[in-house]
Design a protein around this ligand. Structure first.
Ligand code: RNT
Ligand code: ZN
Length: 418
C-alpha cells in the first residue's frame, strides 16, 4: 500500500470514532509554530563574542554550527524545507545584524539592525517573534539585570527592553502579523538571599518603565517568562512563577510558560486550563527538561502530547502561542530543529485525532473504566499513516527520509565550516 492508500484506510478507522481526518489535516496545516533561531548556533548570537551566560548552557561540540547570519539563515531554510506548513521565526536581540561596520550596544538597538531578518521573513512569508537578550553581555556579569541594585546596570537593561518593544513593533508592522516579545531575565542568587523582596520590587519597577512606552498592543504581545532556578542561581530567581503570573495579570500582558521552568513533578499541561480560564492568550516555550532545565530536543513524548491535547481540546489553538526552546549542541543542529518542529506537529496531530468530546462525556458520566480503556486503545490507532500523508501533501519527506537530506547538507555545507 502506498501512503495515500494507507491514509484512506486510516481515515475509515478514525471515522468510526467520529474523527474527520481531512478536516484535521486542514487544521494542522494552519497551525504556526514559532521556531527559535538559537538552536542553530548554541545561543551565541552575532553581537558579542563572549560566552553564553545567564545560567543556561548548550553542551556538546558537534561540528557545523552557524557562525554568521547567512549560515544561520541557510540552516533555517533547510529546516523549513523539511517541516510541513508555514511557521514563524523567533529571534533574540543578540542576533542583530550590523551592516557597514556599524555596531550598537543592546540599549541602542534599532529596527534597522534587524532589516535583514525582515527581508528574510518577507521573502518566505514568515512572521517574527522577538526576545530582548538579558544575558551574554558585560552588563549582565553580576548575574543581575532588571533587578540590579546598581542603577547604571538597571537603566541600561530598561533601555534595552524599550528598544526591543520598538523593534517588535517594526516586525509586526512590516510583516502584517503580531510579534510576541518575550521577556526572560536570568536574575537570581546562588545562595540563600538576605532580601527576597527588593530585587523583585526593582524588577517590577523596571518592567513598569519598559511598558510605559507607547506601543500598539495589538501588534506587540509582550510576554513574561518565569523560572524556578538556573545554573548559579539555585536558591532564588527574581522572576519566579508567582511574580510573573501576578505581574502579567496586573499589566494585562501574557504569561509565558516554559515547561523546563518548574519543579520536577509539576507539568505545564496541567497549568494551561487554569491560565486559559483567566487569560485571553498564553504563550509557551515547549522544551524537554531532563532532570533539570536542560533544553533537550522536543520529543513526541507524553508531556508534549499532553500539552498539545490541552491546547486542542480547550479549543485554544488561536489563544496559545506555541514556541520552541531547546539548544542541543551534541547532535546535528539542523536535525535537532527538524525533530523538535515535527514532533510538536505530531503531538498536535495526535491531539486533533482524539475524540475528546466523547472522552469528556465518559468522564462526566463517571465511566472511568471505559475512559481508561479507550484512551489506551487510541494510542495504537494508525496515527503514523495520517502523519505520513500530511507530510506528502505538504511536500516534505515522510518518515525518517528527511534525515538523508540533512546528512547530505551536513556533508556539503556543515562539515565545511571549520
Ligand atoms: C532560559 C529561558 C529562555 C532562554 C531563551 C534563549 O531558561 O528558557 O527562554 O532559553 O530565551
Ligand atoms: Zn524558555
Amino acid at each position: 500500500m502506498n501512503t495515500k492508500q494507507r491514509y484512506e484506510s486510516a481515515r475509515e478507522i478514525y471515522k468510526r470514532i467520529g474523527v474527520d481526518t481531512d478536516a484535521v489535516l486542514e487544521t494542522l496545516k494552519g497551525i504556526s509554530i514559532s521556531m527559535h533561531c538559537w538552536q542553530g548556533d548554541d545561543v551565541k548570537g552575532f553581537d558579542q563574542d563572549g560566552p553564553l551566560s545567564g545560567g543556561i548552557q548548550a553542551t556538546g561540540n558537534y561540528p557545523g554550527k552557524a557562525r554568521t547570519p547567512e549560515e544561520l539563515m541557510a540552516d533555517m531554510d533547510k529546516v523549513f524545507s523539511l517541516v510541513p506548513g508555514k511557521h514563524k521565526i523567533n529571534l533574540h536581540a543578540s542576533y542583530a545584524i550590523f551592516e557597514d561596520g556599524e555596531h550598537a550596544d543592546r540599549d541602542k538597538l534599532e529596527p534597522k539592525h534587524f532589516r535583514k531578518w525582515v527581508e528574510f521573513a518577507k521573502e518566505r512569508g514568515l512572521g517574527i517573534d522577538f526576545n530582548p537578550t538579558f544575558f551574554s553581555h558585560s552588563m549582565a556579569d553580576s548575574g543581575l539585570t532588571l533587578s540590579s541594585p546598581d542603577d547604571k546596570v538597571r537603566n541600561f537593561w530598561i533601555e534595552h527592553g524599550k528598544a526591543c518593544i520598538r523593534i517588535s513593533e517594526y516586525f509586526a508592522t512590516e510583516l502584517g502579523q503580531p510579534c510576541a516579545m518575550n521577556i526572560w531575565i536570568p536574575d537570581g542568587y546562588k545562595d540563600v538571599p538576605a532580601d527576597r523582596y527588593s530585587p523583585r520590587a526593582r524588577f517590577k519597577d523596571s518592567l513598569d518603565q519598559i511598558l510605559s512606552i507607547d506601543y500598539d498592543k495589538e501588534k506587540v504581545l509582550v510576554c513574561l517568562e518565569s523560572k524556578v532556578f538556573g545554573i548559579g542561581v539555585e536558591s532564588y530567581t527574581v522572576g519566579s512563577a508567582e511574580f510573573c503570573m501576578k505581574y502579567a495579570a496586573y499589566k494585562g500582558i501574557l504569561s509565558l510558560m516554559d515547561n523546563g521552568h518548574y519543579h520536577p513533578t509539576e507539568v505545564v499541561s496541567d497549568k494551561l486550563s487554569s491560565m486559559l480560564l483567566f487569560d485571553e492568550k498564553v504563550a509557551l516555550h515547549v522544551t524537554r527538561p531532563v532532570r533539570w532545565d536542560s533544553d533537550h530536543v522536543v520529543l513526541f513524548d507524553d508531556e508534549t502530547k499532553e500539552i498539545a491535547k490541552e491546547i486542542v481540546r480547550n479549543d485554544a489553538l488561536d489563544r496559545v502561542l506555541i514556541g520552541l526552546d531547546f539548544f542541543d549542541a551534541s547532535i546535528n543542529r539542523v536535525a535537532a530543529w527538524v525533530t523538535g518542529m515535527r514532533n510538536m506537529q505530531k503531538a498536535l496531530l495526535y491531539a486533533l485525532l482524539t475524540p475528546y468530546k466523547e472522552l469528556a462525556k465518559l468522564q462526566n458520566d463517571g465511566e472511568f473504566t471505559k475512559l481508561m480503556v479507550l484512551q489506551e486503545e487510541l494510542k495504537l490507532y494508525p496515527f503514523g499513516d495520517v502523519w505520513n500523508y500530511f507530510c506528502q501533501i505538504n511536500g516534505v519527506p515522510e518518515k525518517e527520509d528527511w534525515l538523508d537530506v540533512v546528512k547530505q547538507y551536513e556533508e556539503e555545507v556543515l562539515l565545511k565550516r571549520k
